[in-house]
Design a protein. Structure first.
Length: 270
């Protein structure tokens, strides 16, 4: 089964209105055979959607509650009202800096689904896990604990991000990525059955123009979640280009998908 490549950017705590020109350049370079999505800080969602209406814009986190006394947080309803179509959840920086548990990440995914938004669910092992030979065990445990009810490929993607590779310039070998994605796919098959074959698995962790082609075309890698290299068109567009497949297929991540459109896509590019 062919799954369309998804290249998603995560700006983290970076960017201001002046940086929106980079989104315009990224949108201009987008091609119809690769899906592109950018998660931006909450302050930029509304102007980003206005600047690049043809690009999928998302949040970087969401609170599991729909509303309430949660100062400084943002709900799925708020993300949707701002024009976002998805959110990143469970990023290792949230898990480590904010102490997020698998149960909390699962609740966040379910909140997004309640409001018709998509989720990019992050999982990944630490360097200690990798060095002890427990990498697969830890990632599978995280996936089982974080996977939301009603998990389905029309709204959920999984991003494997080894913690030790994020922002370090170090990446696992293509063989190690393929091994991990195989374990993730097998676990999904046990948990959700046949739909597991359609869920897109992204790789994240120091993805650059130099290593993108090798990583993106390794077996069972359906795209990338890109951090620092997504901040400028000059560094992000080459990764988008490296993702170009020989043939287009099903499984897109788009605004139409968020509205439950018939073709279920995640980043519609006209």
């Amino acid at each position: 089964m062919i799954r369309r490549k998804l290249v998603a950017g995560n700006w983290k705590m970076n960017g201001n209105r002046a940086a929106l020109s980079e989104l315009v350049a990224i949108a201009a370079a987008a091609r119809p055979d690769v899906d592109v999505a950018i998660a931006v800080p909450a302050t930029l969602i509304i102007p980003a959607v206005a600047s690049v209406p043809r690009l999928a814009i998302g949040g970087e986190d969401v609170h599991p509650a729909d509303h309430g006394a949660h100062t400084g947080c943002i709900s799925a309803a708020m993300l949707k009202d701002a024009g976002a179509t998805f959110s990143v959840i469970g990023h290792s920086e949230r898990r480590s800096d904010c102490g997020e548990t698998d149960a909390e990440v699962r609740a966040k995914a379910e909140a997004l689904h309640r409001h018709g938004l998509a989720a990019i669910l992050c999982i990944g092992e630490t360097l200690a896990d990798r060095q002890s030979g427990r990498a697969v065990e830890m990632v599978v445990r995280q996936l089982i604990g974080s996977l939301p009810s009603q998990a389905a490929p029309d709204w959920l993607s999984i991003a494997y991000e080894p913690v030790w590779a994020i922002g370090t310039g170090h990446t696992p070998t293509a063989t190690e990525v393929v091994e991990m994605h195989g374990a993730i796919r097998a676990t999904l098959r046990d948990l959700i059955g046949g739909d597991a074959a359609v869920v897109r698995l992204l790789y994240g962790g120091s993805v650059t123009a130099d290593n993108a082609a090798q990583l993106l075309h390794a077996g069972d890698v359906d795209g990338a979640l890109v951090g620092g290299a997504s901040l400028t068109a000059a560094t992000f567009v080459p990764i988008m280009n490296a993702a170009q497949p020989a043939n287009a297929g099903a499984g897109r991540f788009s605004r139409a998908q968020q509205n439950n459109a018939v073709d279920h896509v995640i980043a519609a590019q006209a």
